[in-house]
Design a protein around this ligand. Sequence first.
Ligand code: BES
Ligand code: MN
Ligand code: ZN
Length: 486
Amino acid sequence: MDWTGDGLALGLFEADIQEDGSLVEAYQALDKALEGALSDAIADAEFKGKPDSSVAIRVGGQAAVKKLIVVGLGKSESLTLETLRRGAAAIAKASQRCKTLGIQMPAIAEDSAATAQAVVEGFELASHKDTRFKSKQEDEEETPDVLTQVTLLGLGDQASTIVKAQQIVSGVILAREMVAAPPNDMDPIAMANLAQAIADDHGLKLDILEKDACEALGMGAFLGVAKASDLPPKFIHLVYEPSQPARKKLAIVGKGLTFDSGGLNLKGPGSGIETMKMDMGGAAATLGAAKAIAQLKPDVEVHFISAATENMISGHAMRPGDILTASNGKTIEVNNTDAEGRLTLADALVYADKLGVDAIVDLATLTGACIVALGGNIAGFWSIDDDLAASLKSAADSAGEKVWQMPLEAKYFDGIKSPIADMKNTGPRAGGSITAALFLKEFVKDTPAWAHIDIAGPTWADKENGYSPSGATGYGVRTLVNWVVS
Ligand code: BES
Ligand code: MN
Ligand code: ZN
């Protein structure tokens, strides 16, 4: 290798290290050029090439690099894009004090472009730090050697793939920043302004429906939720139209509760009210996907929709017991004001359903019950169409975003039957994420394929994990991008 720079990062398989802990033949020359630093590092750390293991050392003497970073990639035959992303994330975290860094990773299935994309995603997503709300920009002041150049080694010219990966990353970062922003900053007005900025920057069409326009459309469910807020609701509709004829037309709908207090069924202690700024994670994934897709320019028409508001308390608040009428004429008895997301989505889905698209996917931080069912890292999804379910699953799998299909068990609709209205908004505790999905299904009638993804768990993380930070993860953007371009 003829790379010269501050840092060199290498991805190694388990098979690159022999029984006795020494390197295989293929790495002997490099080790020699590094004055034995590679074999020393591996021996000192008892590095075996396991996934998620890494070693970083400073290299002395006359070697061409000053820092060596080695990450494990496991078994070559089971290498995945996700292992590459996580390996690249470990490299990013170990690359302090390198202004220039070369990364050499083995290609997955001889696909250099897919490899480059995964490495760039993992590296850049792990490198992103959100300092918007710090008074002092620590990074600039305290780190003298900021990384200025990263070079992918051994993958050929991947310039266009790198740009593509960066466009996708920009969407994920936008989603993270939206979710991380406090609710006094990322409110419905700010979200509409952000949609405007995306439209302006990337040439998308934008329609913002103000409260009176929503009233005219009969969006009583959305407006019922919005009533207690001092801020105006904003119904956001962004459209990406390809320059070539569209191969298909899709709609993505995101729950956009910029804060969920629970309403008069106020969230109690231990209910996570302090993180309910994240209740617009669906809208964040939707707008993040819009930003990425507008740059990737697939031959698909995509509508990005969110009914943005807050769920607050005041003398104007909707009451438990109120009956709301949604824009498709269905009446809903509100037996719990904290099941507000499905009310806002009801009108958003009716609106999407009228667009004549081939498929609708909604994403929502909808239920704590989904977290109880699947834990914090896995989203639940429901679909009325098997092909859509399969394409979403495969989009999520290649993004490394975990999803699990759940049943639309029709019998469970009994749990949300109301004695006085067409339905109520909450059923029994058991199966709560399923009744929520069944509720939403009532608002999609003319679109052949619809899926709902409950992202209450993965939108927010207690701990950092690979290329995902603690807090806002940006979950969903990469799955949506993969789904749209597929
Ligand atoms: N936004 C919450 C769901 C949620 C909970 C998201 C935890 C992220 C983390 C939603 O509006 C809600 O309050 N759902 C209730 C529904 C219940 C009243 C039927 C819930 O899950 O408790
Ligand atoms: Mn709620
Ligand atoms: Zn909510």
